[in-house]
Write a protein that binds this ligand. Structure first.
Ligand code: DAH
Length: 362
């Protein structure tokens, strides 16, 4: 009998240790301590043994029972602790996760998308013209005289190619204004193509342009506020009765949409070869909102150029300047990006350095 009790104890203990979850442990408990469990039945048998031995066996049986019960309790605590730990690992949201690196659009691309969608809303259509361009488009058709300093080697990148007899030398576009000429030429050519249709139907909507040309530009410059390659966005609107009022309205709309409702715009007289009158557009500083502060000094920041299309540009592209008028503007994408409040970049060249530490901030 004693031996059997010891056996029961040992088997029970090994089963308890092997139980890997609470359900198995419960089964082991039943198997030994349940109503018809191995130990319970054995204890019942004690009544059958002789009176003098009964006390001793009884004490042993009790000890076996206590040992098994204690072992079960201990195992139960251990198993509970273990499952809690697993559960905690699964749902603890404060645990640092393993993040795969996630990319995003480049800061300049983000700005280009935002600018496009702002102008799209008021009917501007995005255009794209060559980055390698003839002198005609970049300068001559834009009313630049032959000796204008912009043609100087130090400003413009010239391509070592035989010049075209009509269109001159090849250059890397120094501004998006070349797109104005392309757009006007394209519109005039399209009109010629449709001339027969027009006379057949008698319907003539006239010339109507609302172009937004966002493109890379190149100039020989590199310092904290200049990169040899940068981006501009150029607007061109041509039609009958287009006036400065339309230009100012468009500027205001852009400034409020891009910089925020609190910012204001103003135009100042200036000079450009391809516009008459010409203006420089300013926006109130994002910090002092026009009052004047350490950052802006006078309260206004310079945005870029604009003006009414010069009659010579219309003539060069075959549009009648007596019938049509238009306005144009051309601003730097990187420049407007920097002027947006909250963005401070000490060195513009960082934008194109491909440094992840820098790019990841945006
Ligand atoms: N193309 C000029 C530049 O790069 C900017 C500019 C000024 C564009 C006046 C325009 C304009 O369309 O009307 O400095």
């Amino acid at each position: 009998m004693e031996e059997e009790l010891i056996n029961i104890k040992n088997t029970a203990l090994s089963f308890i240790l092997e139980a890997e979850d609470l359900k198995t442990l419960e089964e082991v408990k039943l198997q030994f301590l349940g109503r018809s469990g191995k130990l319970t039945l054995k204890i019942k048998d004690i009544t059958k043994i002789s009176a003098e031995k009964r006390k001793e066996v009884g004490m042993l049986a009790n000890e076996v029972k206590n040992t098994i019960e204690d072992a079960i309790k201990q195992r139960e605590v251990n198993l509970k602790h273990k499952t809690e730990k697993v559960l905690r690992q699964k749902i603890d949201v404060s645990n640092p996760g393993i993040k795969p690196p996630l990319g995003h659009l480049h800061l300049v691309t983000q700005a280009i998308e935002e600018i496009s969608s702002i102008f799209e809303k008021i009917g501007f259509i995005r255009a794209r013209y060559p980055e390698i361009e003839w002198d005609w488009y970049a300068f001559t058709a834009l009313n630049f005289p032959q000796n204008h300093p912009a043609r100087d080697d130090w400003e413009t990148f010239f391509i070592k190619e035989k010049p075209s007899p009509e269109k001159g030398q090849m250059v890397l576009t120094p501004h998006t204004s070349s797109g104005q000429v392309r757009e006007m030429e394209r519109t005039v050519a399209k009109r010629k193509e449709l001339a027969r249709e027009r006379s057949a139907t008698g319907v003539d909507d006239g010339i109507s342009i609302r172009m937004l040309n966002i493109a890379k530009c190149y100039r020989r410059q590199s310092d904290v506020s200049h990169t040899p390659m940068f981006h501009q966005f150029e607007g061109l609107v041509v039609g009958e009765n287009i006036s400065i009022v339309n230009l100012k309205g468009t500027l205001d709309y852009f400034v409020k949409s891009y910089f925020g409702e609190k910012r204001k715009s103003r135009i100042r007289p200036y000079h450009f070869q391809f516009t008459e009158p010409s203006f420089e557009v300013d926006v109130t500083c994002g910090v002092c909102l026009g009052k004047g502060c350490k950052l802006c000094k006078a309260g206004w920041l310079e945005l870029g150029g604009a003006g009414m299309v010069h009659p010579n540009v219309f003539k060069a592209t075959g549009i009648d300047p007596k019938k049509y008028t238009g306005f144009a503007f051309g601003w730097g994408v990187e420049r407007v990006l920097m002027m947006k409040d909250g963005i401070e970049i000490d060195d513009l060249r960082l934008l194109y350095s491909n440094k992840l530490e820098f790019l990841e901030q945006f």
